[in-house]
Design a protein around this ligand. Structure first.
Ligand code: XMP
Length: 510
């Protein structure tokens, strides 16, 4: 890749990914590496950023990065823990803070320095720390303060080293992007030329060089990642890309047919495989969520493998893996967190397929995947689709699964999702769906007593699915949706709306 790169050293802060994203929003490519696994090819990086951390520099276990070849030699920006680290171990002093230093603060002193150009007095910054820098390190020069935090920003004279106590990467730091631009473009002189178009051009060339005339197989899911990965490969190798779109019988209403048509319209060489019966057979009698996921994962691999084996001479398997999956497995704080639910489509297919793996989106965040898709002219509706889990409606039908329950839930879900679209609410929601509850309740329709199913509606706001909050949908919308569902979907007489946030709830009910 011919672009200037930024190295972000991660000390385990919850915001490290945000630093990478903010830098990339400036059209500058950045990579996250754990502080204790610094890449050997330091020459590849033109600037370095140290992240924050839950750790205290005063602790016996404090993280000590090896800054040889970095400090004093490359432009260096130290954020929060990074700033405290530079102070504490280079002649300054860090102590426990006696005022709370969380949340919003405003700059009350701003030095006239290129680092703070276009950032004025009063600018809002976001603090999140319990230690504070009492004394600056040797050759430290104060650059900014807030009311409670005197040493909010400093630089080291005779070096291109800058340090800030606040977090420029969170949106609450209103001039955070400006500050990163000052550091990366004005001070470090990086070229902001890493655009979606440039990414597409280079990725296509790279794929051509890597794959040559080989054949590649890819499983399309209808979601954004696999669709964009397919388009990139399609541009690179055309008909040598074989896409397989499996109907597991647990997709949304009409989705298999509609999405298959859409893929064909995009010129993709795609085969639709209707394996609904095989999946439903494997699920029969299973009500434990993890057992259901495992059964679906297993059948998916069998179906996919059968199809791939029918293709002659396929050498590569393409996957829509994105950057958060990659960095999660190398996190500074010990790798993936506890498994709450096993997401079967993360982690790939088993070795027995003997295919080499190609992952064209490995370096991108979700929003970047969407931008790359848009720059290739892909349909907005496809790029803006809500996330939908691999096991589909199977984990939204609580308990065991029957064809009749799938039918009911598909109908309910279609009323809800189409309603969101009609009301102009679809794009305001990050993910939405309906859940079929394993309870019947009493109702009255006409003069008849009914004893039918209850469904829950769920709509959440989120940025990455890790945390989420329920959406405050207008009462009128909920009222109409509930009426429509009960009137149109046979077998349902009660609708409830889920008002739980994640955590402590999860987005899916299973
Ligand atoms: P939870 O329910 O864990 O969901 O809060 C977070 C995000 O992950 C999706 N999800 C899955 N995706 N296979 C998937 O591909 C799964 O088994 C699975 N379970 C949950 C969920 O829809 C949400 O976007």
């Amino acid at each position: 890749m011919q672009h200037d790169k930024v190295l972000i050293l991660d000390f385990g802060s919850q915001y490290t990914q945000l630093i990478a994203r903010r830098v990339r929003e400036l059209n500058i490519y950045s990579e996250i590496h754990p502080f204790n696994k610094i890449p050997k090819q330091l020459n590849d990086y033109k600037a370095v950023i140290l992240s924050g951390s839950p750790m205290s520099v005063r602790s016996a276990e404090a993280f000590h990065p090896e800054l040889k070849g970095i400090r004093g030699e490359k432009p260096l920006l130290a954020v929060c823990y990074g700033a405290q680290y530079l102070a504490h171990f280079s002649g300054g002093e860090v102590a426990e803070s006696n005022t709370r230093e969380y949340g919003r603060a405003n700059l009350s002193f701003v030095e006239d320095d290129l680092f703070l150009e276009n950032i004025s007095l009063g600018s809002q910054v976001w603090m999140s720390h319990s230690d504070t820098i009492k004394t600056l390190p040797t050759k430290g020069k104060l650059l900014a303060s807030t009311h409670d935090v005197k040493n909010a920003a400093y630089k080291i004279e005779d070096e291109q080293t800058y340090a800030i106590q606040f977090h420029p990467e969170v949106y609450h730091s209103t001039d955070g992007k400006q500050l990163l631009e000052n550091f990366l473009v004005k001070i470090a002189k990086l070229n902001p030329d890493w655009t979606p178009n440039a990414f597409v051009g280079e990725t296509v060339e790279g794929l051509q060089a890597k794959i040559g005339d080989d054949k590649v197989v890819l499983g399309l899911s209808g979601g954004v990642d696999s669709s964009v990965a397919a388009m990139l490969l399609h541009k690179a190798i055309g008909k040598n890309l074989y896409c397989i779109f499996v109907n597991n019988g647990l997709l949304r209403k009409n989705e298999f047919v509609d999405v298959l048509e859409q893929y064909k319209g995009m010129g993709l060489n795609v085969k639709g495989v209707d394996a609904s019966a095989r999946f439903l057979d494997a699920l029969a009698g299973k009500s434990d969520p993890e057992e259901k996921r495992k059964a679906i994962g297993r059948v998916f691999i069998e179906v996919f493998d059968d199809e791939a084996n029918q293709l002659d001479g396929v050498k590569w398997l393409a996957q829509g893996t994105i950057y958060p999956d990659v960095i999660e497995s190398v996190s500074a704080t010990g790798g993936p967190s506890a498994v709450i639910k096993s997401h079967h489509n993360v982690g790939g297919l088993p070795d027995f397929m003997k295919l080499k793996i190609v992952e064209p989106l490995r370096l991108l965040f979700k929003d970047e995947v969407r931008r790359v898709g848009a720059s290739m002219g892909m349909d907005k509706a496809l790029l803006g689709r809500h996330p939908f889990p691999g096991p589909g409606l199977a984990i939204r039908i609580l308990g065991d699964i029957t064809p009749e329950k799938v039918r009911i839930l598909q109908e309910v879900d279609a009323v809800f999702i189409n309603g969101l679209r009609d009301a102009g609410l679809y794009d305001k929601v990050w993910q939405a769906g309906a859940i079929l509850l394993p309870v019947n309740s009493v109702g009255v329709m006409g003069d008849e007593r009914t004893y039918e199913k209850c469904v829950a509606l769920r709509a959440v706001e989120s940025t990455d699915g890790m945390t989420a909050d329920w959406v405050n949908l207008p009462y009128e919308f909920l009222q109409k949706t509930s009426n429509d569902i009960i009137n149109k979907v046979k077998g349902v007489n009660r609708v409830v709306y889920d008002i739980s946030s994640k955590p402590p709830a999860t987005i899916e009910w299973e």
